[in-house]
Structures are given as C-alpha cells and as structure tokens.
Ligand binder design. Structure first.
Ligand SMILES: Cc1ncc(COP(=O)(O)O)c(C=O)c1O
Length: 391
C-alpha cells in the first residue's frame, strides 16, 4: 500500500521521555550510537561500561551456548544459585531478588508497581534521567533537585531532601555512586536518609549500579529495611552491559508486589545468567586489580586536567567508573567538545545527557578502559581544550 492510500494516524503520546537532541550530523540518537558501536577503533569513554575483563565470564557463556542451554526456557524467576550469589555479594539475608533484563527493567517495574498519580518522587539533577522518565509515567510529579554545587558535595543531601519533600513524597532516588559525577554517600548520610524515610513512610530506591568502583560503599537497606529497593546491575563492574541482566533486591512483600508488574514472564536470558554466575564466583580473582586500574586511570586524568585553566573536576576522586569534567570556565560547550573528540576516535558524553540545568557545563568521561587508551585521551584532551577555548 502506498502512503497516500491511507491516513497515517498519529497516536496520542501517552508517555513523555526526556528529549535528546541527536548529535550533529545525525537524525536520531540511535544512528549515532550505532556508528560509534560499529567503529572498532573508537575509544569507549561515552558509556560507563567496563572493558577490563579477561575471559572467565565469556568462557562460561561460550560453554552454556555450546551445551545449547538456550533451547529451553529458563526457570521464570531465574537460577536460585544466581539469586543467592547476589545476596551474598551484598551481605543480605532474608531478602528476595527479582532478576530482570538489566537494572533498567527493574527500575521500570518498581515505579509501575509502587507509585500512584498523587505521589511525587525526588531525584537529583544531575542524575540518571531514565529513572525520572519511568517515575513520571506513574507518579504525578518528579522533583529534580539541583545538586551541582560544592556546598552539598555535588550530591543530594538529607537537608536538600527535607527542603524539597512534602506529604505526597513517596520515593527518594539515591544513585550511589552518582551517574555522572561519581559522588557517593557516607554511612552517616544513609542513616539520615533512612530516618527520614521511616518517619515519612517513603520508599528509598538505592541504585548501586556503580558500587564496586567506590573506595567505600554502604547499603541503606541495612538502615531502612522493608522500605528500601536496592537496584543491582551486571553491566558495569562485570562488564556485561550488552547482555542485559540485573535486578532488584528487597523484602518479600515488596518483591511480591513488583512481580505482579512483570512483563518478561518467561524469564531472563539464560546465557546472561550463566555469565553472571561466573562473574560473581570469579570476582575475588579480578576485583582488586580492576579497581586499581580504574583508580590509576582517574589519577592520570586528574593530573592532566590540573594545569588546564578554566577546566576542573567537580568530584575527585570519583567513586564510580566515570567523572564529570567542567569546561565552563574555558567557555567550551560540552557538545562541541564531544563532537571534536569523536573526530579523534574518543567517544565521550556531553552533560546534557544527565542534566537539564547543568548539562552545558560538563563533559562526562568513563575510565574503566585500558590505561593505554586513557593515555591517548590525556594526550588529546588538552589539545582539544586549546582548539575550542573561547575564554
Ligand atoms: C544509575 C544507573 N542505573 C542503571 C543503569 C542501567 O543499568 P543496566 O545496564 O543494568 O540496565 C545505568 C546505566 O548507565 C545507570 O547509570
């Protein structure tokens, strides 16, 4: 049928997503990502993925493929061994795990299962906006609290939470460490959040996707049991982003409520589950070395940035595998910087991707890549600043 033979009806937009302007020269963001992905020489600092793994996880998956485990459906709620390994990794007892296709699916299901139109949700700006977009579909309001200030150490604080919440606040989102800045919470701060949550009957959504890159990390579930949802991902420390596996951990009544919202009723990718089991079992063998590489990488970046006038790192050291590089003082638009760096085979992300209010200030770079590649970045970045500087 030719186009003019029928009316193309535009559906009412039931949901709204944070709008992403496609990078220069692209009609849509997907085309841009595909181009980046297809370029084998591109140095991957634009997604917070991890490129430092050996073959252990890959080999476990290859074995699972050769045994044709994928011909059968997996157990719908996942392997018990994997769920137990996740609980052990967190040091939790008596809690339930729901496995999903990445942490992303868990985030969606949590919002769908627990939020009502009269609720509001608190999230920081900068932050990971996919979470806010999901919350927006089910709650009446998402309150983005501006946090890009040294006074509050570039994070949502208990004080800021109190100032921004009201009687309809139902959920507080703590991304810890924070994408994009790498700021993280002390045990004291988490205890304070827990106290506020208990007094006001709030859910605490603790997204710990980057926890293993932190120098120290604490779990708010230990202080607000029964009202915390811990979001767990295999994409970062385990380097399994393309395999789409993650989950949510919480008390049984909450997980039961979320299970009723499940879409992927026939279970999570079985090959990913074998990879995840191998990842958790082998973690003691590679964990420290990988962290050391990340600490060394960010040290090299910090050393390189230190003498550049007008450019600084708001949070250093970062407790994640990424950091923000503030370019404002040099009068450089982060978009121009990321476009320029793509030309040098360095894929980074402009701040707009993670902030409405401050996105014009910073570039986000991830550093869980081989140190040799970080050295290429350290060579190119100062030249890029001088080429683009307007101040
Ligand atoms: C804070 C945060 N949560 C969740 C995710 C997505 O995790 P997954 O790949 O497991 O869906 C990301 C990805 O960047 C993230 O930054």
């Amino acid at each position: 049928m030719r186009e003019k033979d029928f009316d193309i009806k535009k559906p009412r937009m039931k949901f709204q997503k944070t709008e992403r302007v496609p990078p220069e020269g692209y009609e849509c963001a997907n085309d841009f990502f595909e181009d980046m992905y297809m370029d084998k020489d591109m140095i991957w600092m634009g997604q917070n993925t991890n490129h430092l793994h050996g073959d252990t996880i890959a080999n476990a998956m290859i074995d699972a493929i050769k045994e044709k485990t994928f011909c059968r459906y997996p157990a719908p709620e996942g392997f018990s061994e994997l769920k137990q390994l996740i609980l052990d990794d967190l040091g939790f007892e008596g809690l339930e795990v729901l496995l999903t296709s990445g942490a992303t699916e868990s985030l969606y299901l949590v919002m769908q299962a627990l939020l009502e139109p009269e609720d509001n949700v608190i999230l920081s700006d900068p932050g990971y906006f996919i979470i806010g977009d999901f919350a927006n579909r089910f709650a009446g309001e998402v309150r983005y609290v501006p946090i890009y200030y040294p006074e509050n150490n570039y994070k949502l604080t208990p004080k800021l939470l109190k100032e921004n919440m009201d009687e309809n606040t139902r959920m507080v989102i703590l991304i810890d460490p924070l994408n994009p800045l790498g700021s993280s919470y002390t045990e004291e701060e988490l205890k304070e959040f827990a106290q506020i949550a208990k007094e006001n009957d709030l859910y605490l959504l603790h997204d710990i996707t980057y926890k293993d890159f932190a120098r120290e990390h604490f779990l708010v579930e230990n202080y607000a049991p029964g009202q915390t949802l811990t979001i767990y991902s295999f994409s970062k420390i385990f380097g399994m982003a393309g395999l789409r596996i993650g989950g949510v951990v919480s008390s049984k009544p909450i997980i039961d409520a979320i299970k009723n919202a499940v879409v992927n009723d026939l279970g999570v990718n079985i090959i990913s589950q074998y990879g995840a089991i191998a990842g958790l079992k082998s973690k003691p063998e590679w964990f420290e070395e990988m962290r050391e590489t990340c600490f060394e990488n960010q040290r090299l970046i910090s050393e390189m940035i230190e003498p550049i006038e007008g450019v600084f790192l708001p949070v250093y050291p970062s407790d994640a595998n990424m950091m923000a590089v503030d370019l404002y003082g040099a009068g450089i638009n982060p978009k121009d910087m990321s476009n320029y760096l793509v030309g040098k085979k360095l894929f980074t992300r402009e701040g707009e991707y993670t902030s409405e209010d401050f996105g014009d200030r910073y570039l986000r770079i991830s550093f869980s890549i081989p140190t040799e590649e970080i050295k290429v970045f350290c060579e190119e970045f100062p030249k890029a600043v001088e080429a683009l500087r307007t101040k």
